[in-house]
Design a protein around this ligand. Structure first.
Ligand code: PLP
Length: 396
């Protein structure tokens, strides 16, 4: 049944037919003089999505993890200290990657369900009188817990501490789905991938690099070769790539940017994600279940992580939904393993698609004797989607 239903994992996301068609193309010569006609608008469009006028944007074959590695290895040196809060599986994995690259990570342990703790970041930076900390890492949207962090608050904390560290933000599951403001928030490295908000196949790491980060690149000593910004930026400036580009993904990205920027418009994209998410949250409340996100303002608009009731195993639920109904939901990761499941609601999704996910997980819960009333979550979400559809409601 794989492929017949939409997926509700928090990425890779459902791919609109239009984008699949855009990527279904014959090989073209990437060294031909017209390659630049493809690359230039893609890079310009990505800057608009990142909301940056001044940064460079580079696109590497890879995934989000490659973007993390590129950001870190191009701008830091072995032995450098970075400050990072751990509040989910992805912030954890980024910390591990830094450690494997020879960096010292000062970790702020943060309860899962919370976001980047701006106050503790400010404290740690203020205590670092000698400016040993070179970078602050923040995961904008922690995909494991469905928590969105306030990156503007992290920037304010850094400024309040008067600390010159650079700000690295993982926007893998937020960028192109939720508002991201690279320049306004003073983000130095912004990382994302092709397979979430951009609704494409996995295979491209996208990194925004600020002017300050470009300066740091000149003296950074971490070994890097394939992901060297200098090779990519140098080749891009001449209208090319330092090696064979993922041409199909670049075509897909061109089309995706048209959809996001020129047709729907970013604000409408963000509003749609909020609406999809809110419908899911209404369903969760109707089931009497709790989100991992500790407070409403932390709730992500791209993924909801939902605790299952005591005595139930979330993996069994996800497994059952897949085996019985052919629909995929996200399993609980790390501390959430077995305790929570995730509904991804990002990328190409309509209310009707979201309702199919809510209805299916509800059937799976009923099959496994969860204490829910069949239809309760669906009705709550229907109610929300109806009343926010922008059509006048008929009087009874
Ligand atoms: N960061 C976040 C927030 C993610 O959600 C993911 C993947 O889901 C990653 C990083 C890693 O990206 P990838 O799996 O594309 O390497």
């Amino acid at each position: 049944m794989q492929g017949q239903n939409p997926v509700f994992i928090p990425g890779p996301t459902n791919i609109p037919d239009r984008l699949r068609h855009a990527m279904n193309m014959q090989t073209l010569d990437h060294r031909a003089p017209d390659f630049v006609d493809l690359l230039t608008p893609v890079r310009a469009g990505l800057k608009k999505v990142l909301k940056t006028e001044t940064a460079e944007v580079v696109t590497f074959p890879g995934s989000g993890t490659g973007g993390w590695e590129a950001a870190v290895s191009n701008t830091l040196s072995p032995g450098d200290t970075v400050l990072a809060a751990r509040y989910g599986m992805f912030s954890h994995r980024w910390i591990e990657l830094c450690q494997r690259l020879g960096l010292t990570v000062q970790v702020i342990e943060t309860p899962w369900g919370e976001g980047a703790p701006a106050d503790r970041i400010e404290e740690a930076l203020a205590a670092d009188k000698g400016h040993a900390i070179k970078a602050v890492l923040a995961t904008h949207n922690e995909t494991a817990t469905g928590v969105r962090s306030d990156i503007a608050a992290v920037r304010r904390a850094m400024d309040a501490a008067g600390h010159p560290a650079m700000l690295y933000v993982d926007g893998v599951s937020s960028i192109a789905s939720m508002d991201f403001r690279m320049d306004e928030w003073g983000v130095d490295l912004a990382v994302t991938g092709s397979q979430k908000g951009f609704m494409l196949y996995t295979g491209m790491a996208i990194v925004g690099v600020s002017r300050k980060a470009l300066q740091a690149m000149e003296t950074a000593a971490c070994p890097r070769a394939y992901f060297d910004f200098r090779d990519m930026i140098g080749a891009n400036a001449k209208g090319g790539y330092p090696y064979t580009p993922p041409l199909q993904l670049l075509f897909g990205l061109g089309e995706s940017l048209k959809m996001l920027l020129d047709e729907e418009g970013l604000d409408a994209v963000f509003a749609r994600h909020h609406r999809m998410a809110e419908g899911v949250r209404r369903a969760v409340a109707a089931w009497g279940m709790k989100l991992c996100a500790n407070r409403p303002e932390l709730c992500s608009d791209t993924v909801s992580a939902i605790y299952v009731p005591e005595g139930f195993k979330s993996d069994a639920l996800v497994n059952h939904a897949f085996r019985t109904y052919g629909m995929s939901f996200g399993v609980g990761l790390g501390e959430m393993a077995g305790r929570a499941f995730r509904i991804g609601h990002l990328g190409s999704l309509t209310p009707s698609m979201a309702l199919s996910g809510i209805a299916t997980v509800e059937m799976a819960m009923a099959d496994l004797n969860y204490p829910i009333t069949l239809g309760a979550g669906v009705a709550a979400a229907q109610d929300y989607y109806r009343t926010t559809a922008g059509v006048p409601q008929q009087k009874a």
